[in-house]
Design a protein around this ligand. Structure first.
Ligand SMILES: CC[C@H](C)[C@H](NC(=O)[C@H](C)NC(=O)[C@@H](CCSC)NC[C@@H](N)Cc1ccccc1)C(=O)O
Length: 330
């Protein structure tokens, strides 16, 4: 079995939303496919109307296949201090034609303000490792872990694009979506993330620096959070760039001509075009813009979010006993 689902960007590519069908008859919710967490949670009819502002809500009472998981609860906190919590149902979940009939669907009873204010995002579909799923007293599996054995290959791929719709594919590598070879690198999943070694970096046409650092491939994080020294070296090449703590990171004049950023996976080199690194204006007249590359200080590892992932075709491969990530140009 294999399938393919769209990944449509919100404004500034802040996140990508994917239609997911839940229940019988199917209720379609647009979820943020997130390789940086492992809970599939949704806005639901179980939460107060005051915290719903336009989102679609999963209504288990309208699904003939919904079954409450007695006494099960969940609550999750994210790196940006957003959170959600609730109760658990088992129901049919279909993503791009791949279906599982008893997926843990975590119905929110409360969410933080950041989720309430994003009217288009009806929840998250976590694709990190099931070891960090938050359901208690018995942990649940991610959608990918549940369907892996029925897929033609135990892998999924991300083809995110700059200000355009891309795809998440399950169980198949679509050779038409990339050029050249796929370079694979081993994943250390001990923290529950798709963590791997970036083999080095280069700024514009400057020499590539072979200083490796660890990072997680996180489709649910907007920016690329990189080691402070790397980020400082990058913005040194941008006239007028400065670290503005009131904005929470590096900003620069929106007209700045940004150098590209090159990152290494093994011996392969991939390039993020400078244009991708002009993330969004911070002011109404669009004079000052916020950088798509920011510091990972305080996190303990880099977070390779959408700004970086959209520059490549990425394979999340759990088909061998050591999981691995594959990168290809496109
Ligand atoms: C450090 C972050 C918290 C505290 C930590 N939680 C995590 O690591 C969770 C699973 N993952 C996340 O917070 C991040 C990875 C952080 S690495 C420390 N990925 C998921 C995030 N992008 C999901 C999201 C999407 C849209 C809006 C907001 C958030 C924990 O529970 O310990």
């Amino acid at each position: 079995d294999s399938g393919s689902a769209r990944a449509s960007p919100e404004q500034y590519d802040i996140q990508y939303l994917t239609p997911v069908e839940i229940g019988t008859p199917p209720q379609t919710l647009n979820l943020d496919v997130d390789s940086g967490s492992s809970d599939l949670w949704v806005f639901s009819t179980e939460m107060p109307a005051s915290s719903v502002k336009g989102q679609a809500q999963y209504d288990p009472s309208k699904s003939s296949t919904a079954k409450r998981v007695q006494d099960a609860t969940w609550n999750i906190t994210y790196g940006d201090n957003s959170y959600s919590e609730g109760i658990v149902y088992k129901d049919v979940v279909n993503v791009g034609g791949v279906s599982f009939d008893a997926q843990a669907v975590e119905a929110a009873t409360a969410v933080s303000q950041t989720f309430t204010t994003d009217a288009n995002d009806d929840g998250l579909l976590g694709l990190a490792f099931s070891t960090i799923n938050t359901v208690q007293p018995s942990q649940e599996k991610t959608f990918f872990d549940n369907v892996a054995s029925e897929l033609d290959a135990a892998l999924w791929t991300a083809d995110l694009k700059y200000h355009k719709s891309g795809c998440y594919d399950f169980g198949v590598i679509d050779d038409s979506k990339y050029t050249g070879q796929i370079t694979y690198t081993d994943v250390d999943s001990s923290d529950g993330f798709w963590m791997f070694d970036v083999s080095g970096y280069g700024i514009g046409n400057n020499t590539f620096q072979s200083t490796s650092f660890q990072g997680i491939a996180d489709t649910g994080t907007t920016l690329a959070m990189l080691p402070a020294q790397v980020v400082k070296a990058y913005y040194k090449q941008v006239r007028g760039a400065k670290l503005d703590n009131s904005q929470g990171g590096y900003v620069f004049p929106c007209q700045a001509n940004l150098p590209s950023f090159v990152y290494g996976v093994g011996n392969a080199r991939y390039e993020i075009p400078g244009q991708y690194i002009n993330y969004a204006p911070v002011d109404n007249d669009g004079t000052t813009c916020f950088g798509g590359i920011q510091s990972d200080a305080g996190i303990g590892f880099a977070i390779l979010g959408d700004i970086l992932l959209k520059s490549a075709f990425v394979v999340f491969d759990a088909s061998e006993n050591v999981p691995r990530l594959g990168f290809a140009k496109k």
